[in-house]
Design a protein around this ligand. Structure first.
Ligand code: DOR
Ligand code: ZN
Length: 344
């Protein structure tokens, strides 16, 4: 039987939620990943160091003691964030980055930044302290075609931003377009990107197969086939600017299958297995480990993990749904087969 042994990976973009919902899903991530960059878009948003530290404790309380899972915390940028908070965050070991949501761009982003110019003094402090800026790269303008919002964001916000802050470390999160891949490739070594499994596996037709598919709805929304292929190429290229970030974002089945369905795809059930299958299908198994376990750690200035993970090539079926608090959760590719399995 074919096996693959790699350094235990990290997930550089993860939504864990809170309370009972978190408790029902966090161990899927803890089983596959050593560390995860945890998104701060709770309600209320995680905007202070104290909030991040107590959220971290709640996460650790929910993690099964058999895992050495390390949550790496982020703060949520608002128009009112102060440079002093950045200075304190920089001295706090478990806080690793700040998240920039354009206000109104996505789930729980209503108190995000309304104009990047309003946080220039904060970005200055981040640059001095070498704290990375994690960007949800879409304009929140409802006049802009939803499929163009990432491209327009690059032109209107990102290009001026990297000119004004050339030393700032930036992670362009969950890239979805050829334009984003090209932007990252042409940018300095301070700019990198995370790539989700869904943006490699699916294109926008997958939102409308036979009927509307709410479980394939996330933001940034799935794009065209050419974009998917560009993102797939970037992920499997061996270029250190691209690394694993699942953006696993659980919403209960009842909230997804509703008249006003939430954006977010839950992939943490078996994200690592899906990535390995993707690389295998491209005959790029040799490129898995750098993407899953090296490039992200290197970019963040973290030590690479020592623990190993072994996967076996063995078909398993992804369940139709799993428990989520007192509701259910439908994982990415629910009901489909996956050809790789993590050996526990
Ligand atoms: O689809 C998404 N869901 N995109 C985001 O940016 C946020 C996330 C969530 O928190 O559900
Ligand atoms: Zn996200």
């Amino acid at each position: 039987m074919q096996t693959l042994t790699i350094t235990k990976p990290d997930d550089f973009h993860l939504h864990l939620r809170d309370g009972a919902a978190m408790a029902s899903i966090v161990n899927y991530s803890a089983a596959q990943f050593s560390r995860a960059i945890v998104m701060p878009n709770l309600r209320p948003a995680i905007t202070t160091v104290d909030m991040a530290l107590s959220y971290r404790e709640r996460i650790l309380d929910s993690v099964d003691k058999k895992y050495n899972f390390e949550p790496l915390m982020t703060l949520y940028l608002t128009d009112n964030m102060l440079p002093d908070v950045i200075n304190i965050a920089a001295q706090t070991e478990s806080i690793k980055a700040l998240k920039y949501y354009p206000a109104g761009a996505t789930t729980n982003s209503d108190c995000g930044v309304t104009d990047i110019k309003k946080i220039y003094s904060v970005l200055e402090a981040m640059m001095k302290n070498k704290l990375p800026l994690l960007i949800h790269g879409e304009v929140a303008d409802s006049e802009v075609n939803i499929f163009d919002r990432e491209k327009v964001f690059i032109e209107k916000v990102l290009e001026p931003l990297v000119d004004d802050f050339c030393e700032l470390k930036i992670v362009f999160e969950h890239i979805t377009t050829k334009a984003a891949v090209d932007f990252v490739l042409n940018a300095s070594s301070n700019v990198a990107a995370t790539i989700t499994p869904q943006h490699i596996l699916l294109n926008r037709n997958d939102l409308f197969n036979e009927s509307f598919q709410p479980h394939n709805y996330c933001l940034p929304v799935l794009k065209e086939e050419d974009d998917r292929l560009a993102v797939l190429d970037a992920a499997t290229s061996g270029n250190s600017k691209f690394f694993l970030g699942t953006d696993s974002a659980p919403h209960s089945r009842s909230k997804k299958e509703s008249g006003c369905g939430c954006a977010g795809i839950f992939s943490a059930y078996n994200a690592l297995e899906l990535y390995v299958e993707i690389f295998d299908n491209q005959n790029k198994l040799d490129k898995v480990e750098p993407f899953t376990s090296f490039f992200g750690a290197d970019f963040y200035g973290l030590n690479r993990n020592h623990e190993k993970t072994t996967l076996v090539k063995k078909e398993t079926r992804i369940p139709e749904a799993i428990p989520f608090g007192d509701d259910k959760l439908v994982p990415l590719c629910a009901g489909n087969a996956c050809s790789w399995q993590v050996k526990f």
